[in-house]
Design a protein around this ligand. Structure first.
Ligand code: FAD
Length: 364
């Protein structure tokens, strides 16, 4: 059983149209999520035995998962971000949770649940305290995608002894959450916001894995390849639009513009090769974990660089028309530039450089 990639590709114009409509008022990609669901995209990461395609949870599935995330990002980066968070949560429950927890999550997803991973916080992070047979939660998550829409977020919480635990917290409409789209210039259709968990109680079966599992390497770092795959989709779309708009204006034969097209294609393929390498590394259990982390960290920075290069080439090549609000290129550049802001890029590059200063790339 294979995922219907061609149907997803055929849906891209409608995904892009919704992304542009949502950009105006910060709407949520309801139709895009429904389309993905109808194609099996929202359950694709579940093992086949639980009604999925096993993408990311069964061996040798990274190529297909990369294709799913890339095609989704090409249609709508915000939708891609939501899918990526959903897949990440499934992956963590699969990796660290019990069979019962995975079955329950699978049943909820088949019933329409949207999962996500909410870990970012500021000074009022989420803490958990034992109260009788439950855990009381205090604190909030920030920059949470789908703050008003995710119904099964996997969150991290700190225990009274300072350990980090993962929990899946079922949420309904009564949640204390806000969207902050007014403040974000890009990715306005991802419903990014804050959610306050203070006053909520969960039972022990909400806890996924053991203390420290969330930060356990190499899983913690290598999963970043999935975000790269979504960003790559945005890069793909920008390069396509760049070529087409130059042709439409009869400017593609100018040598300087040919150079830019060539450089944009190189950047796109560089991002694709690094993402593909990172995806293979992430599922290679035989590789030294430190090397796996270092390769994926290099890949993260390479994809970021490629995305920023493409944005600059498009801006210089199309000129002011790339800044006109009615040009879809303008919105995609804002979405991509925002999406590329991932945590701690300096540390990511420095750690990878340190590793490969003292170690050779293995030939695996
Ligand atoms: C659209 C969108 C959706 C998101 N959705 C989610 C979500 O669903 N769940 C979630 O948990 N998070 C989410 N996030 C947050 C995301 O995971 C990152 O936390 C966030 O994007 C980090 O961006 P930043 O540029 O502020 O990173 P930072 O890590 O703050 O980096 C900013 C700069 O500061 C530098 N820097 C970092 N640390 C230090 C330091 N200690 N000293 C000096 N310099 C430092 C970095 O190298 C970089 O140059 C989302 C973000 C976006 C944009």
């Amino acid at each position: 059983m294979t995922f219907p990639f061609e149907s997803l590709r055929a849906s891209q114009p409608e995904l892009e149209e919704e992304a542009s409509a949502n950009d105006r008022d910060g709407g949520f990609p309801i139709a895009g999520l429904a389309r993905l669901r109808s194609l099996g995209g929202m359950s694709a990461a579940l093992p086949q035995a639980l009604g999925g395609f096993g993408l990311g949870t069964e061996p040798k599935s990274s190529t297909d998962l990369m294709r799913l995330l890339r095609l989704t990002g090409e249609g709508n980066l915000s939708l891609g971000r939501l899918l990526e968070g959903h897949v990440n949560a499934i992956r963590l429950v699969f990796r660290y949770g019990s069979a019962g927890q995975l079955h329950r999550l699978a049943a909820a997803i088949h019933d329409g649940a949207l999962a996500g991973i909410w870990v970012t916080e500021t000074t009022n992070g989420v803490r958990m305290t034992r109260v009788g047979s439950t855990y009381a939660l205090h604190g909030e998550k920030m920059f949470a995608s789908g703050a008003l829409h995710v119904t099964r977020p996997l969150i991290t919480a700190e225990t009274t002894t300072g350990e980090t635990r993962m929990l899946v917290v079922p949420l309904d409409a009564a949640r204390k959450a806000t969207e902050s789209i007014g403040g974000l210039c890009g990715m306005r259709g991802a419903g990014t916001g804050a959610c306050d968990f203070s006053g909520m109680h969960v039972t022990p079966d909400a806890l996924v894995g053991q203390a420290g599992d969330y930060l356990r390497q190499p899983e913690f770092s290598v999963g970043a390849w999935r975000g790269m795959a979504v960003a790559l989709g945005g890069i793909d779309r920008l390069v396509t639009l760049f070529r087409k708009q130059l042709v439409a204006r009869g400017r593609e034969t100018c040598p300087a513009q040919k150079d830019r097209i060539g450089l944009a294609l190189i950047a796109k393929e560089t991002a694709a090769l690094w993402t593909s390498r990172a995806a293979r590394v992430a599922e290679d259990a035989a590789l030294d974990p430190d090397e796996a982390v270092a390769i994926v960290n290099l890949a993260r920075i390479a994809v970021e660089r490629a995305g920023l290069d493409v944005i600059e080439l498009v801006q210089r090549g199309l000129g002011l028309s790339a800044f006109v609000k009615t040009n879809v290129v303008e919105r995609i550049m804002r979405d991509l530039a925002t999406y590329l802001r991932q945590p701690a890029p300096d540390e990511t590059l420095a750690e990878a450089a340190t590793y490969f200063t003292h170690n050779e790339f293995s030939r695996a």
